[in-house]
Design a protein around this ligand. Structure first.
Ligand code: PLP
Length: 366
């Protein structure tokens, strides 16, 4: 059996260092917003190339706090429209709604699973104030085009980089340093994953960084002095310590994923299986390796029979979720096709050469 994702094997590589970090953490006697969070914020800002990183509780809060911060700075206000891809993970949409803004769903592109740019253009109204591109499955959104559209229409660009730690554009800029601000998640399954929840905001905007630093901690900058109606969404000190251990390995892990992806793409030869579009560059970190098949149930049965783990990202499009019933009348044929046809196959930096060979041969025999 080849598991979809062996998190235990991924983390066991760092066992000794984690144990040292835990001992230091315990001995420090300081458990919230301590030296490990500070160190991680400096490390992750340097890694992304931004001037600021603010550690927060999770990826959803990272996105929400960016929007709340812009509201406090007067760049966004209640009911402003935010453009977001209709095939994203629901968190992106929830962040917009929780911040009192209006998500406007935009049809996806079947080849890249990112925005369909023509639909993006058409969705802009007088009320549109921001675009939230999602680097879905680990592949950068078409940021050059998105930045051009944002400049022409005076819109903020907020990256949902939860699946794209380290993905690099042609000019060398990494995800998190391309738009005005970005939200990251360190949920255990992400390419940079903690052993619990965690998230971060990256930005080069000094004013936004200052506001989010307050918002994540009860609206305070000085203990017990509240400037804003804040939240409690701090990156956990112990998770930050674990992330400091793992951060130096992200690039080599992403490269291992790309090597596997290239092998999958060159050796899976089956007309019934549509492989991801990939230009071979570092703009994709293969958080997920997602294929499309028309008869998904039969394909999944074939994988089960042959012991290949799989998941579906995602089975129900946001506009068909009960929680978002106000969107249920809308039609997004491409998004619906994506949700009906996608299957994610094993992809991780600890997948062995033998495992990769087995996955390829099982897919070729479908
Ligand atoms: C994981 C994820 C999030 C949310 O992250 P959490 O840490 O689980 O809150 C947001 N957007 C996308 C695209 C994600 O994959």
């Amino acid at each position: 059996m080849i598991p979809f994702l062996d998190l235990k094997a991924i983390n066991q590589r760092f066992e000794k260092e984690f144990q040292n970090s835990f001992q230091q953490f315990l001995d420090s006697g300081y458990y919230i917003l301590g030296s490990q969070v500070k160190l991680f914020e400096a490390n992750f800002a340097r890694y992304c190339g931004t001037t600021h990183c603010i550690g927060v509780g999770n990826g959803l809060d990272a996105l929400r706090l960016i929007l709340e911060g812009y509201k406090i700075l007067g760049k966004l206000k209640e009911n402003d429209e935010v453009l977001v891809a209709s095939n994203t993970y629901i968190a992106t949409i929830l962040a917009i709604k929780q911040a009192g803004l209006k998500p406007v769903l935009v049809e996806a592109d079947l080849a890249t699973y990112n925005f369909d740019l023509a639909s993006l253009q058409k969705s802009i109204s007088k009320k549109t104030k921001a675009i939230m591109p999602v680097h879905l499955y680990g592949q950068l959104s078409p940021m050059e085009e998105i930045l051009k559209i944002s400049k022409e229409n005076n819109l903020l660009v907020i990256e949902d980089a939860a699946q794209a730690h380290g993905a690099k554009a042609k000019d060398g800029k990494r995800s998190g340093n391309i738009g005005d601000a970005a939200g990251f998640s360190f949920y255990p399954t992400k390419n940079l994953g903690a052993m619990g929840d965690g998230g971060a905001v990256t930005t080069n905007d000094d004013a936004l960084a200052e506001v989010i630093k307050k918002l994540r901690n009860y609206g305070t900058s000085i203990k017990y002095v509240s400037d804003l109606i804040g939240f409690n969404s701090r990156l956990d000190e112990l998770q930050a310590a674990f992330l400091n251990v793992k951060l130096p390995t992200v690039d080599s892990d992403n490269e291992k994923r790309r090597v596997i992806a290239k092998k999958y793409i060159s050796e899976i030869k089956n007309k019934k299986i549509t492989l991801p579009l990939y230009d071979g560059s570092e703009n994709h970190i293969f958080h997920l390796f997602v294929v499309r098949v028309q008869n998904r149930n039969a394909f999944i049965e074939h994988l089960d029979r042959n012991g290949i783990g799989h998941l579906i990202h995602y089975p129900i499009p946001p506009h068909k979720q009960q929680a978002l019933s106000e969107y249920s009348h809308l039609k997004f044929p491409i998004t619906e096709q994506i949700h009906n046809e996608v299957v994610s196959i094993p992809m991780s930096p600890v997948l062995s050469e033998g495992d990769v060979k087995k996955v390829i041969s099982v897919l070729n025999s479908y």
